[in-house]
Unconditional design. Structure first.
Lengths: 281, 283, 239
């Protein structure tokens, strides 16, 4: 035993627990191959023709319209999801009633359901001859195959983000704050609007940002219900697909870069929001 | 006559009624109605028509393709998740935050962009395009491309669950195992794995559901060749666009049932093993 | 077979946790590393256990170049401050762990392991708790299990990191006495970290008073108390 201790050269790894090089090596290798190299291809491609080429590819009316639709409708959908998400989270966290657990589980449906299935279901539902679409036709309201269809689909897929972000925060707000407001003479509604909701602002914003980010990039749930008319109801991801089919790789990549940058900005904003909300506790 | 005591932090009945109706109505109309419709349309022409649609050769081919993509992608991503969580949670090194951000990236990228990046690398005009054509290797419009796109959109699941979980659990038990003479693999199998098994199961469940249901990314790389490179979601699209509604909704019903089973298992795990899941504690 | 620690130093970033710590302990001795937080005592202990690497210095024990060996081969039983019991294993499995991971050649039979676990549980005065889980035990019980687990591998060195820190005074006194009794019975060289001087003086043969990564004074408890060498030592002991 002593021979082993003396004669082996100082080849020891610098870690007490084993497997560092192996796990880090594999992780980096995987990430590089699956994420970094392809992303690099995306970032480089539009600039093959230089900044001018990139700008030309982006600044067509059709591209602008699609970006406006994707970003604009996502913002509206995020707002709708925040409002209803708050109400739903309130009911699910604060009230007790039979079937509450079941209702809570259903919230995750847009997470679990494949987007294509959601897409054709929503499209059939809101089409002029669909269960809901037919109810609205007499009022002149058309949802499917119009930008409003895009909105409905985005609200559908964004809802879980809003609810799931609010639920834990709502659960943590102590009753004593509300009791204090009550002793000071506030009605229940006043308490909710003046005391509780301000405390929820970081969570509301986080949920809205996540719903927004998801809506901007969404494809499968939207293309069936949207109508996909260029300049009217064509979302940016669809335009990317169309350009690919026309072998306009650079054009597709250009839009892709715009969306990637938007995703990055959203990621940073979300991290900042979470740091802000953590510091407020 | 004394007034009945009203709990000051409880909502008045009228408020409860309004909020309750809005909640149930919103969830019912927005979320449940589409689900119900899927099953109703699937069986609109009877159970026989449903079954015929399911066993149709192209449909079965799509099921096989989806399963194959999942069978390859999920274990690989699980391995990645374990490796990433191990080095991030049990060791200190610079650049950890960047690594974690990189791992989170596919969740914030549009599925279409997720597929686009592989077209840009392996497509005819892509970086390796000429090389692949020259050697008659097919990545896009074939299984490899589909598997790659599936891997990209699903690999964060396991890592995102295991990293905070293993960070929470710390290094103490592994250090103790080292002092007691356990080897690296022995420590991992006997000490670490039992501690993360529910988190692993939970995230594999979600990873699998997403792998089978992914549409946008796979759509871009697949080529949509009927009976050959269509996964189940792509096949649904094909049938729907061909006005075969019973067929489209029949396959959708299969996917919807898978979704419901996933949801049920997910809820079960969250309910019974909340302490052993990072996801439940994360905001 | 003494334990010789020679000028061990370690930095964390720019912070010098250990700054040339040295001491010599006889085979079977009971040494206490005593000092305030930040004095480097835990770092030194972890280096002895193979859980940290020294930047410089040497340790010789049992004729071995101690620092060159990985933790796994040192056979140094380590008792952690927060117990570090394997939460998914029963008490019996926890204690038996070091025996079960041995290569086949050196692994005792199932029956031997079971008997060993039983006698260790008796030794730490927890008879009959084989099938409990750590979450079902009190703090004092968990620490006894941790001690039994470290002893199961028949260690040639026993290292304890503020093992009684999280326990109340009465339990601490009992465990302290038990630890001394076990040490005397097994004759194993023991190094024990604490910030509580009453504890150090009650239980150890040799006390090393540490400050800022160095050993200010080292000697038998009575000697150190009567003849403090530096102002810090006399202030620390007076407190």
């Amino acid at each position: 035993m002593s021979a082993i201790g003396l004669k082996i050269p100082l080849l020891r790894s610098r870690h007490v627990l084993p497997g560092f090089s192996l796990s880090l090596g594999f992780t980096l290798f995987y990430l590089t191959g699956i994420v970094l190299v392809p992303l690099l291809a995306l970032i480089i491609r539009p600039f093959e023709l230089g900044w001018d080429g990139f700008w030309t590819a982006i600044s067509t009316p059709r591209v602008f319209a699609s970006l406006r639709l994707s970003f604009g409708m996502s913002a509206v959908a995020a707002l709708v999801d925040s409002v209803f998400g708050f109400i739903i989270a309130w009911v699910l966290v604060r009230y007790r009633f039979p079937g509450r657990r079941l209702l809570d589980a259903v919230i995750d449906l847009p997470f679990a359901l494949p987007t294509a299935v959601a897409g054709i279901a929503l499209s059939t539902l809101y089409a002029p001859n669909g269960w809901l679409g037919s109810l609205l036709v007499p009022y002149g309201i058309r949802i499917a195959y119009t930008p409003w269809g895009v909105l409905v689909a985005m609200v559908f897929i964004g809802l879980p983000f809003s609810v799931r972000t609010l639920e834990p925060v709502l659960g943590e707000i102590g009753r004593d704050v509300e009791e204090a407001a009550a002793t000071l003479g506030a009605t229940r509604v006043q308490t909710i609007t003046k005391v509780v909701i301000p405390m929820l602002i970081p969570a509301l914003l986080t949920g809205a940002a996540m719903a927004f980010a998801r809506g901007v990039g969404e494809y499968g749930s939207i293309i069936f219900i949207a109508g996909n008319i260029p300049m009217v109801s064509e979302i940016a991801p669809l335009l990317i697909v169309t350009k690919l089919e026309q072998f306009d790789y650079a054009g597709a990549a250009a839009i892709g870069v715009v969306m990637l940058v938007a995703s990055f900005v959203m990621l940073l904003a979300l991290n900042g929001l979470q740091a802000w909300s953590a510091s407020r506790r | 006559m004394s007034k009945k005591f009203v709990n000051p932090t409880e909502d008045p009945l009228w408020l409860k009624a309004i909020l309750g109706i809005v909640t149930v109505g919103f969830i019912g109309i927005l979320l449940l109605l589409p689900l119900v419709l899927v099953f109703k349309e699937a069986f609109a022409a009877g159970v026989g028509a449903f079954l015929t649609a399911i066993v149709e050769p192209d449909t079965l081919a799509s099921v096989r393709l989806s399963l194959m993509a999942a069978v390859i992608a999920v274990p690989l991503n699980s391995l990645f998740g374990v490796a990433a969580a191990w080095c991030i949670a049990k060791f200190d090194f610079p650049g950890k935050t960047f690594l974690v951000t990189l791992i989170d990236l596919p969740f914030s990228v549009s599925p279409v962009v997720s597929g686009l990046i592989y077209v840009l690398v392996f497509g005819a005009q892509g970086w390796f395009g000429k090389y692949l054509i020259g050697h008659d290797i097919h990545i896009l419009f074939a299984l490899p491309g589909i598997v790659l796109a599936t891997i990209f959109v699903t690999f964060p699941f396991v890592a995102r669950e295991l990293i905070p979980l293993m960070q929470d659990q710390g290094r103490d038990e592994e250090e103790a195992a080292a002092t007691l003479g356990a080897s690296g693999l022995g420590t991992f199998l006997r000490v670490t794995l039992p501690n993360i098994k529910w988190g692993l199961l939970y995230s594999v469940l979600l990873c699998n559901a997403r792998a089978l249901g992914e549409f946008g990314a796979v759509s871009v790389v697949s080529g949509h060749i009927r009976g050959v490179t269509n996964t189940m979601p792509l096949h649904v699209e094909l049938l729907y666009n061909n006005y075969d509604y019973v067929g489209a909704f029949a396959v959708s019903a299969l996917l919807a049932m898978l979704a419901l089973i996933t949801l049920a298992l997910k809820s079960l795990l969250e309910w019974r093993y909340a302490d052993e899941l990072a996801a439940v504690h994360r905001l | 077979m003494s334990l010789t620690v020679d000028s061990v130093s370690k930095k964390f970033g720019r912070f010098a946790a250990l700054n040339g710590a040295s001491f010599v302990a006889p085979q079977g001795g009971f040494v206490s590393l005593l000092g305030p937080s930040g004095s480097g005592k835990t770092t030194l202990l972890r280096i002895l256990g193979g859980l940290e690497f020294a930047d410089s210095g040497m340790v010789r024990f049992a004729d071995l170049n101690w620092l060159d060996m990985p933790a796994r081969t040192r056979n140094a039983g380590f008792v952690f401050q927060q117990y570090a019991l394997f939460r998914h294993m029963t008490v019996a499995d926890n204690i038996a762990f070091g025996l079960k991971v041995r290569p086949r050649a050196r692994r005792p039979s199932k029956n031997e392991i079971r008997d060993r676990v039983k006698s260790l549980l008796n030794l730490v005065q927890l008879p009959g708790l084989e099938d409990r889980y750590p979450s079902q035990l009190s703090g004092g019980q968990r620490q006894r299990v941790a001690l039994a687990r470290a002893l199961a591998i028949e260690p040639r060195m026993l290292l304890l990191d503020e093992p009684f820190g999280a326990l109340d005074a009465k339990v601490r006194k009992e465990l302290r006495a038990d630890l001394r009794r076990i040490h005397d019975h097994a004759g194993v060289t023991t190094v024990f970290v604490t910030h509580d001087q009453e504890e150090a003086f009650a239980v150890a043969d040799l006390v090393a008073v540490m400050k800022d990564g160095r050993i200010e004074q080292y000697g038998a408890p009575t000697d150190v108390r009567r003849n403090p060498k530096t102002a810090f030592v006399s202030e620390f002991l007076a407190a």
